[in-house]
Design a protein around this ligand. Structure first.
Ligand SMILES: [Zn+2]
Length: 427
């Protein structure tokens, strides 16, 4: 039998186990925020992977953002050493899930199996991917016990809220040092025939316009910050957005509408603060002396973040030059550099070949419009060979009645196992 047949048989033999493992993981509600049951899911995985011969570390991100005595940020890292020296392939999954929300017809933490689909919050994003990577590793180890190199599996906290108590913390501890780990696969739900090479960059900033408070019946005695912000919004609409739409990229971002620079205005607040819901009175008549927007600018690998920031500042300076009494302030909130792994890297090539062998079709290379934990592996870990590859349909993530298909998990587990056979010599 060739490697594909052998691994296919090994994974088919573990189909019930794959289902049960996915259901067990869904039944531990690891809601984030605030970060519930992180220790429970790490303990569960430790037991499972130790039984499979892995050495397991449980690591609390003590002192990281959101870590507290009540909500401790626990992470699990498991390692299996092969019979000889070689590369390390690391599968990284986040174990946290987002809130349930409304509109479910299935129990959100029930792990119900129906018509080949497993339902639950986190089924597709990304406990199905985590289960697939565990089954892939176990099937590979059982088939080729003397392989060269090492396999790591991690389950990490807080991806849904920035990853600071998860992958960022582990990267700071050297867990993604290229001397230690050579290839990283993140089984996020990108669909079993697609390889996600990376993501666009992010810059969040607050822009404030300033005015002068006065009585609302005599607005001419004040200076409205809301009017000034109106000028900013008009300039964004008429000049900045068309400019951004004209920027082209070599990044194969999906959906294709995101294959350019984009800017969203996340919020706007101006004038008197909104009152609490139990306030029963009227607002007071005042000219707004402050108005603030929060912008979410997504940028391309061809762009430089300093130039991205200068573009906005230049626009505001131009308004200032032509508009009397206009004054503003920009504050940086958050930034992430774009990341894109080389298509010709051994990792991408191996996964691409495995997809062709399993699905009899060419792999599609994509880039994510938003970011995920790859940002920390790239920037803090300085590890470039990182992709997202996993089962599940991206559009189902964070939706009611989220599900993952059992066949999709089995197929992507086979792709992962074949990738291991390619990167870790088995002869
Ligand atoms: Zn995810």
């Amino acid at each position: 039998m060739d490697s594909k047949d052998q691994l296919e048989t090994a994974i088919a033999a573990r189909r019930d186990d794959l289902i049960a493992l996915t259901q067990d993981l869904i039944r531990i509600p690891t809601l984030n925020p605030p970060g519930q049951n992180y220790r429970e899911i790490c303990d569960y995985l430790k037991q499972r992977l130790e039984a499979a011969g892995f050495t397991v570390d449980l690591i609390r991100a003590t002192g990281a953002l959101a870590d507290s005595e009540t909500y401790q940020r626990w992470n699990m890292v498991a390692r299996y050493e092969g019979g000889a020296a070689g590369d390390t392939v690391h599968f990284n999954s986040h174990h946290d899930v987002v809130e349930v929300g409304h509109g479910w017809t299935k129990p959100p933490f029930g792990g119900v199996l129906e018509d080949g689909r497993i339902y639950g919050r986190g089924a597709c994003d990304m406990k199905g991917g985590l289960a697939a990577s565990i089954i892939a590793a176990e099937a590979f180890i059982a088939t080729y016990p003397k392989f060269a190199g090492a396999i790591e599996i991690s389950a990490t906290a807080d991806e849904e809220s920035g990853g600071f108590g998860g992958v960022a913390y582990l990267a700071e501890q050297g867990r993604f040092d290229p001397a230690r780990v050579q290839h990283v696969i993140i089984p996020e739900p990108l669909q079993k025939d697609r390889i996600c090479l990376g993501h666009r960059g992010v810059w969040w900033a607050q822009v404030e316009t300033k005015g002068r408070i006065a009585h609302g019946s005599m607005p001419f005695l004040g200076d409205s910050a809301i009017s000034h912000m109106g000028a900013v919004l008009a300039e964004i609409e008429t000049h900045l957005l068309p400019l951004l739409a004209g920027k082209t990229t070599a990044m194969p971002v999906v959906p294709p509408q995101a294959r350019q620079s984009t800017l969203n205005i996340n919020s706007i607040h101006g004038g008197e603060a909104e009152q609490a819901e139990d306030y029963t009175g009227l607002p007071a008549p005042c000219v707004a002396d402050r108005c603030r927007i929060v912008i979410d600018r997504r940028f391309l690998i061809e762009e430089d973040i300093a130039a991205v920031k200068a573009e906005l500042t230049d626009m505001l300076e131009q308004i200032k030059a032509s508009r009397p009494r206009f004054d503003y302030e920009i504050s940086d909130l958050f930034e992430v550099q774009p990341s894109m792994t080389d298509e010709n890297s051994p990792l991408v090539q191996s996964v691409g070949q495995a997809i062709e062998r399993v699905l009899a079709q060419k792999a599609e290379y994509v880039v994510s419009p938003g970011t995920y934990d790859q940002k920390h592996i790239d920037r803090i870990g300085r590890l470039k060979n990182c992709i997202a590859y996993g089962p599940g349909i991206l559009e189902l993530a964070h939706q009611p009645d989220e599900w993952v298909g059992v066949d999709d998990m089995a197929d992507s587990a086979l792709v992962m196992a074949l990738t291991l056979a390619e990167l870790l010599p088995t002869a």
